[in-house]
Design a protein around this ligand. Structure first.
Ligand SMILES: Cc1cc2nc3c(=O)[nH]c(=O)nc-3n(C[C@H](O)[C@H](O)[C@H](O)COP(=O)(O)O)c2cc1C
Length: 244
């Protein structure tokens, strides 16, 4: 008999065992990521390839990656935000209807949306924005309840948000995975969120910015602020970034 403390995990593992026959080939008509409404103004970001980055040694970036929880009041630059978005969810290659990004994704399905809370980014007004990977651009959004500052309150350590220059909120849209991989797709969502945040850590190490992954937050409250139902789309991971 399993104890209550292990039931949820074991149930999840059983329900998401790999079953080849569960792979489907017909794509559903779910919206692809980063679609904007016709009335939204697209805010373009500096093209990553045109940004002259200081060369860094990969091994150093991996070695120096660490969590930083307090940030200076200095703002970060739009080009730094552009680089971070590119290396966490940016598109590196388009091929017919598929596109490949700087992070791996099962079936190249990329089931996430990226929202950012801007506090101090040169050239961007404070607020909440959504990233459009295919355009490498942002659109301004409204919070469904409260404002962008309310996001701090959902986090166990609100200072991570209030003192950051910019914070990242990744939401998952399970249907973008499940249509193809069945219940197994649920595992991939969580694995892939880890890829994104690891790229954020390594990119910030390269840019000498501080970063902190955030898993302690009230799920219902953040979903409510974003205006998502917590089922067809839910917040899967967050992170804060700022100058050290
Ligand atoms: C899944 C995950 C969730 C985390 N959630 C939080 C969090 O809510 N608050 C926080 O201060 N740090 C959080 N962290 C950061 C860890 O505490 C940090 O990685 C750990 O202390 C090790 O430090 P290092 O990243 O410098 O190696 C999280 C890290 C991971 C991987």
């Amino acid at each position: 008999m399993q104890s209550d403390s292990t039931w949820t995990g074991h149930h999840f593992l059983r329900e998401t065992l790999y079953q080849d026959s569960k792979q489907k080939v017909e794509e559903p008509k779910t919206r692809v990521c980063g679609i904007c409404e016709p009335n939204q103004t697209i805010i373009s970001l500096p093209a990553p390839k045109e940004i002259a980055l200081d060369p860094i040694i990969l091994w150093d970036a991996l070695e120096n990656r660490q969590t930083i929880r307090s940030y200076s009041i200095e703002e970060i630059n739009k080009w730094e935000l552009s680089i971070i978005l590119h290396y966490t969810q940016g598109v590196r290659e388009k091929e017919n209807s598929s596109h490949f990004r700087t992070v791996p994704s099962a079936g190249a399905l990329h089931p996430f949306e990226t929202r950012i809370i801007v506090n101090r980014v040169n050239g961007l007004k404070p607020g909440i924005y959504r990233y459009l990977p295919l355009d490498h651009a942002l659109v301004r959004e409204e919070c469904h309840s409260g404002d962008h500052e309310s996001v701090a309150k959902v986090c166990k350590n609100p200072n991570l948000f209030t003192t950051s220059a910019v914070s990242f909120i990744w939401t998952a849209v399970p249907e973008r995975m499940i249509w193809r991989f069945g219940q197994r797709g649920w595992r991939y969502l969580f694995i892939e969120a880890g890829h994104i945040c690891q790229n954020l850590y390594v990119t910030c190490a390269g840019l000498r910015l501080g970063v902190c992954a955030i898993g302690s937050y009230n799920d219902n409250d953040i979903n409510c602020i974003l205006g998502i139902d917590g089922e067809s789309e839910f917040c899967i991971y967050m992170a804060s970034v700022g100058k050290k």
